[in-house]
Design a protein around this ligand. Structure first.
Ligand code: PEP
Length: 254
């Protein structure tokens, strides 16, 4: 798959059933630009409804926020990639920093989750990003490159067509603090270059790399100016249809 412009909204653990379905309706009632791929990462319990509501609508899909690495078994409370696939969920967020921080997911386990997703026809939105301490130490590019090497570099070349990367500096997630457009572009360019050198130029050129971390309607246009920024993974600002549409519009106009 070639490089695409994508805005993915990560609803995290927000909204009750009525409010979630209403937000999907509100987003559908907006004039979403057709050349942007819009993705809604819904809480699992709303995925089936989301798939049904969006299945005839071009350019918008749902994502799961996580999946387990095993196909099935005694893992109470977990959701497997085959389960997501069986209700036609096309995307799954893997390695969000909240999963890494609160559920102790590490690069090795995330590599297994990526494999499980791909084996079941799901496209991973693979999250990576550094803490504030690592950013201050100046080792942020080395650190994030290593996350990608350890979780994605075992993949054969053909699998990369189904990978989307989301660079999300932890210090910018849900904090109101955004990486500057220069900081976002610097990391995206460094990752694309590293992947180009260590995997192939073709893989790097065709890879969509999204930025995430307090993206909102007021800063989206500036961030999207970066030549290597292909879109955004949006948390808080994806919970309001109007504000979310403005971010999608900003990407369409970039
Ligand atoms: C996220 O949850 O991936 C995220 C980037 O959150 P926020 O936009 O709220 O910082």
């Amino acid at each position: 798959m070639s490089r695409r412009k994508i805005v993915a909204g990560n609803w995290k653990m927000n909204k009750n059933n009525n409010d979630a379905l209403q937000l999907i309706r509100d987003i559908l009632a907006t004039n979403l630009p057709r050349d942007i791929h819009t993705v809604l990462a819904l809480p699992s319990i709303y995925l089936k409804n989301g798939v049904d509501m969006l299945k005839h609508i071009f350019g918008i899909d749902v994502a799961a926020q996580n999946c387990h690495q095993e196909q099935s078994g005694a893992f109470t409370g977990e959701i497997s990639a085959p389960m997501l696939s069986s209700i036609s969920v096309p995307y799954v967020v893997i390695g969000h920093s909240e999963r890494r921080q609160y559920f102790y997911e590490n690069n090795e386990q995330l590599a297994q989750k990526v494999d499980a997703a791909l084996a079941n026809g799901l496209q991973p939105i693979f999250c990576c990003g550094e803490s504030l301490d690592i950013r201050k130490s100046g080792d942020h590019v080395i650190y994030v490159s290593e996350q990608i090497r350890e979780s994605l570099f075992h993949l054969s070349d053909d699998k990369w067509a189904n990978i989307i990367i989301a660079y999300e500096p932890i210090w910018a997630i849900g904090t109101g603090e955004t990486a500057s457009p220069g900081q976002a572009q610097e990391m995206h360019a460094a990752l694309r270059s590293m992947i180009g050198i260590e995997k192939s130029a073709d893989i790097a050129d065709n890879l969509s790399i999204l930025y995430g971390g307090s993206v909102k309607s007021t800063n989206a246009a500036d961030i999207f100016r970066g030549a290597d920024v292909d879109g955004a993974l949006v948390g808080g600002a994806s919970l309001d249809a109007g504000g979310f549409l403005e971010i999608v519009d900003a990407l369409a106009q970039s």
